[in-house]
Design a protein around this ligand. Structure first.
Ligand SMILES: *[C@@H]1O[C@H](CO)[C@@H](O)[C@H](O)[C@H]1NC(C)=O
Ligand SMILES: *[C@@H]1O[C@H](CO)[C@@H](O)[C@H](O)[C@H]1NC(C)=O
Ligand SMILES: *[C@@H]1O[C@H](CO)[C@@H](O)[C@H](O)[C@H]1NC(C)=O
Ligand SMILES: *[C@@H]1O[C@H](CO)[C@@H](O)[C@H](O)[C@H]1NC(C)=O
Length: 532
């Protein structure tokens, strides 16, 4: 026993000695999309970088002030916080997300993200505090790395040229089909679904048509409508500097690495490059003790408990009254207890087995052994927590990647998906009964959970490793696929194909001429013979 401990310690010491050291680097992070869910990843990354001994300056859409990040953290807060619900409302009409119906219309959706990206980007660039960073006198050796988010805010990559530093991006939304162009690979639309469609990697013919159309439409929209607008922002806010900025599309294809909020088996197998790094589950820490009232409520749930949350964008309190009644009626008939993230302090006529709270420590609750079903909107962070803690899911997607996440969960056999807008009491009751009493769902999610946990290095350690790596080598040009420097027709070998087609055409042409010539000669001979 002692020997084993000693050996373990020795191995650790050897490992520690081998791990290259990256001394306190200076990192500039630009996370200007003000969504709480995106910050679930940013917050963890920043706090881990600080714990790791780096200094971080963050241009922040949401403040981390309450979390006391310490002296090595400098926050440049964008004020006021941008209210992007205006864009959501103007795009979809209606007052809340519950009124939204056309979220799967490609053009509507592309317009929305373009609008969100452009407006939040310019809102930040306009701030005097950020102009001070753009126009700083001292720019060389000030920072070692730029962190940005992969969410339609590419103008900020220009800061990498101002400060002469490499860039690492984070994809809170996990993998998107347009990452093919960013990393010089081909992710076939035949089995890689567009990030915002209700598809899995197993598609029928018509689903492949739909996926191809949407993915192509997205690529064209980015190239011809989104990037030109971002270029205009770079010109407007950086154009006066004596630097020649590449186009935002080029800067987008020049990342040292991207940290992707995904991990197998939630991420599907497919083409990637070495600098596309999956760190999904990064936000999940070992469970902390629950507040005593919640702990008691769950401990005493002798038939088990159901946890219900629609995330931070979709608020349960805004749900139509008839749906609210439907949920409460069904819950009242259950033996299980229900813990509901509900944004009002109280709810009239609450059944005795239901508890509502404005905010709940979701991951710690899912870790409780009595929690047996998670009613969810299918957000990526929550989906990872469900798999991590092996809790089967009843999913009702609203928008963005929620359809995709839940489709995958349903395909994998640990979730049942329902349509919130057409939901009936029968459906809700039957689905909950299945998830509670049919072991298939729990067995499946346990299997997926054990795969999700099994990694060479934890997700936070992986993220830190790659950030240090890029800092150590001052970028990662060597991980950049040479295909990125080809023209699109060269990349897809259209020039080579054109040559082959031309050669075949010429050969066929020559053959036809030859045959005609021979035939003419033969028939000429025959005529001559007849005449003779
Ligand atoms: C702040 O960073 C410096 C190195 O840049 C380091 O020496 C110091 O320990 C850090 N302080 C804290 C509180 O982490
Ligand atoms: C790409 O990044 C390198 C540094 O890693 C930089 O020298 C180069 O100018 C960048 N090119 C573009 C097009 O952004
Ligand atoms: C939530 O609280 C607001 C304000 O107190 C109230 O107007 C609204 O009716 C409440 N919603 C529900 C579903 O109880
Ligand atoms: C349990 O769930 C599986 C998968 O949905 C289904 O095929 C099976 O019929 C269910 N069993 C019962 C007893 O309902």
């Amino acid at each position: 026993m002692h020997k084993q401990v000693l050996c373990g310690l020795l191995a650790l010491a050897v490992l520690a000695a081998q791990a290259p050291v990256t001394d306190g680097a200076k990192i500039l992070a630009v996370y200007v999309f003000p969504a709480k869910s995106h910050y679930m990843m940013h917050r963890v990354l920043i706090s881990e970088l600080l714990k790791h001994g780096h200094e971080v300056t963050m241009i922040a859409a949401l403040t981390l002030e309450p979390e006391k990040m310490g002296a090595n953290y400098t926050e440049i807060l964008i004020e006021p916080v941008y209210d992007y619900r205006t864009e959501i409302r103007s795009t979809f009409g209606g007052k809340t997300i519950y009124d939204m119906r056309n979220e799967l219309d490609v053009q509507v959706f592309l317009n929305l993200i373009r609008l969100l990206g452009l407006s939040t980007t310019e809102h930040a660039l306009k701030q005097p505090k950020i102009q001070a960073i753009i126009n700083a006198k001292e720019t060389q050796g000030v920072y070692d790395l730029l962190l940005v988010e992969q969410f339609y805010q590419d103008a900020f990559s220009a800061l990498a040229h101002v400060y002469n530093i490499p860039v690492i991006s984070t994809a809170t939304f996990a993998q998107q089909t347009f990452m093919s162009e960013m990393f010089g690979i081909i992710q076939p639309w035949s089995y890689v679904p567009h990030g915002y469609l209700p598809l899995t990697e197993h598609m029928s013919f018509f689903e492949r048509v739909y996926n191809t159309y949407t993915s192509l439409r997205t690529d064209l929209d980015r190239e011809f409508r989104y990037f030109p607008k971002m270029d205009a922002l770079v010109q407007k806010y950086f154009g006066h500097l004596p630097i020649k900025f590449p186009s935002t599309s080029e800067m987008n294809r020049n990342l040292s690495a991207i940290l992707i909020n995904n991990y197998t088996p939630l991420a599907a197998a497919g083409p990637t490059t070495e600098n596309m790094i999956n760190v999904g589950g990064m936000h999940i820490y070992p469970p902390k003790a629950l507040p005593s009232d919640i702990k008691q409520f769950l401990d005493e749930a002798e038939h088990g408990a159901i946890y219900f949350s629609l995330g931070s964008q979709v608020q349960s309190k805004d749900m139509p009254v008839e749906k609210l009644r439907l949920f409460l009626n069904v819950f009242a008939q259950l033996n299980q207890r229900v813990l509901w993230k509900f944004e009002n302090d109280s709810l009239p006529d609450l059944p005795s087995n239901v508890m509502v709270k404005k905010w709940l420590p979701q991951s710690d609750i899912l870790a409780h052994p009595n929690v047996r079903v998670f009613i969810s909107h299918g957000g990526l962070f929550g989906s990872q927590e469900a798999v991590y803690h092996a809790v089967p899911v009843l999913g009702m997607p609203f928008f963005f990647d929620q359809h995709l996440n839940l489709k995958k969960a349903e395909y994998n056999g640990y979730a049942i998906m329902l349509d919130f807008h057409t939901l009936t009491s029968e459906q809700l009751k039957n689905s909950l009964q299945q998830l509670l009493h049919n072991n298939t769902y729990r067995d499946n999610i346990k299997r997926f959970s054990s795969i999700f946990h099994d990694r060479p290095m934890g997700p936070r350690e992986t993220a830190l490793y790659w950030i240090d790596y890029v800092i150590r080598h001052k970028g990662a040009r060597h991980l950049r696929a040479a295909g990125l420097d080809l023209k699109w027709y060269q990349f897809y070998l259209l020039d080579v194909i054109a040559l082959v087609v031309a050669a075949v055409a010429v050969a066929l042409g020559v053959l036809v001429l030859l045959v005609r010539w021979i035939l003419r000669r033969i028939s000429g001979e025959q005529i001559k013979q007849k005449v003779n």
